[in-house]
Each structure stands twice: as structure tokens, then as C-alpha cells.
Design a protein around this ligand. Structure first.
Ligand code: 3PG
Length: 211
């Protein structure tokens, strides 16, 4: 599904009660996945609610410890995203048979991910590390590795990332910005989501035609 939409909305949910209306907003915008970051006390409950009630593929983000990975998976998370590379977290996810996307910023970390048997990683924080040209440069020596650039991605730079063939998907909070959640502006969340879905589809289909 990640590879299909090529978009991963990263959310920081202050209140688990927002889980259902948010899922509805994302689904009507055309998305099929969500990453709930474990940055708020509401996150585990939100993952449970989303896993039970929505059709979205629910993942846990900002997973820093093996124990957090375990709790998130117990709550219903079907994939795990981390800001950095932790061999212990990767191992626990592999034991749990759940896809894991550790964050990388350097070739060394990509080699660590390769050694752990992974074929996709998060590239974080993407814009600050050099954006799409950096992903392109990093991907050259690692032909089997796919990247999920996250951090500073917006509608304005989405295209640059998605036109790099090694980019599996892009992630970010712009579709579900904190101020929109706070204001309960689900219509704007749907609007941003639909715009991103349309842009990603156009770019991906364009790239497929050119191949
Ligand atoms: C993440 O956890 O992946 C980032 O905080 C998302 O970065 P963004 O807010 O710049 O999209």
C-alpha cells in the first residue's frame, strides 16, 4: 500500500478521540495508510482505535525501543517507523514479523540496514540532509535499497522526491498539520490529502510511461 500511494501521512495525535474522524478524512482524500507517532500519551490508544475501526494500514512511528515496538504491534500497528537505526528495534520487529523502516542519514546506516536484511529505510530529516539530490546520490551505491524521505516534505517539493526511482514513498505531517487537527479542520485535511494523492499519482504514472 505504501508503494501504491507513495504517501505516508505522519500524525501526532494529542487526543485518541480524533482517530476516527481523521481516518475518515484521510480515506476520503484517497489514502490507505497512516503513521501514528508515539510522541503523545494518546498514540497507543489511537493505534488501537484505528486498527479496529478503519480500513487504513496503521503503522507506529517514532519507535525508539524494542518495548515500544512490541506495545505498538500489540495495539494493532502493522509496520514500524523509527527516526534512526536501532539494531535492537529492527531485530524485535523482525521477530514479530512486522515490516520496519529505520531512519538513516548516511551510507554507513544504509549498510547497517542492508546487513539487517532490510530493503527499505526512512531518510530523515530529508530536506535538512539535502533533499532529493541527496537521496539520489545515496541510492547510487545501494541499488536494492528503497527510501521513504521524511522531514520537511510538502506539496511544493513532493515531486522532486517522487521522481527519484529509489523513493518508495514520502512521509510527513503536512497533510495532517497540528493546527488543522487542533481546529478539527478535517475538510482541509481531506483537501491536502487529495491534492497530494493526485500529485503523487500523476508523477508516478508519468514516470511509468517514461520507462
Ligand atoms: C517525522 O517524524 O517523520 C517528522 O517529524 C515529520 O517531519 P515533518 O513534520 O517535517 O513532515
Amino acid at each position: 500500500m505504501l508503494a501504491g500511494d507513495r504517501l505516508l501521512p505522519v500524525v501526532i495525535l494529542p487526543d485518541a478521540a480524533a482517530a476516527e474522524p481523521l481516518a475518515a478524512a484521510l480515506t476520503s482524500g484517497g489514502l490507505r495508510s497512516i503513521e501514528v507517532t508515539l510522541r503523545t500519551p494518546a498514540a497507543i490508544d489511537a493505534i488501537k482505535r484505528l486498527a479496529a475501526s478503519s480500513e487504513l494500514l496503521v503503522g507506529a512511528g517514532t519507535v525508539l525501543t524494542p518495548d515500544q515496538a512490541e506495545r505498538a504491534v500489540e495495539a494493532g500497528a502493522r509496520y514500524v517507523v523509527c527516526p534512526g537505526f536501532s539494531a535492537a528495534v529492527v531485530r524485535r520487529c523482525q521477530e514479530l514479523d512486522v515490516p520496519v523502516f529505520p531512519g538513516v542519514a548516511t551510507p554507513t546506516e544504509i549498510q547497517m540496514a542492508l546487513e539487517a536484511g532490510l530493503t527499505a529505510v526512512k531518510f530523515f530529516p530529508a530536506e535538512q540532509l539535502g533533499g532529493a539530490p541527496m537521496v539520489k546520490a545515496l541510492s547510487a551505491p545501494f541499488p536494492g535499497m528503497r527510501f521513504v524521505p521524511t522531514g520537511g516534505v510538502t506539496t511544493a517539493n513532493l515531486g522532486a522526491y517522487l521522481s527519484v526511482p529509489a523513493v518508495l514513498a514520502v512521509g510527513g505531517t503536512w497533510m495532517v498539520a497540528a493546527d488543522l487537527l487542533k481546529a478539527g479542520d478535517y475538510a482541509e485535511i481531506t483537501r491536502r490529502t487529495a491534492a497530494a494523492v493526485a500529485a503523487a499519482r500523476e508523477l508516478t504514472e508519468g514516470a511509468d510511461d517514461a520507462r
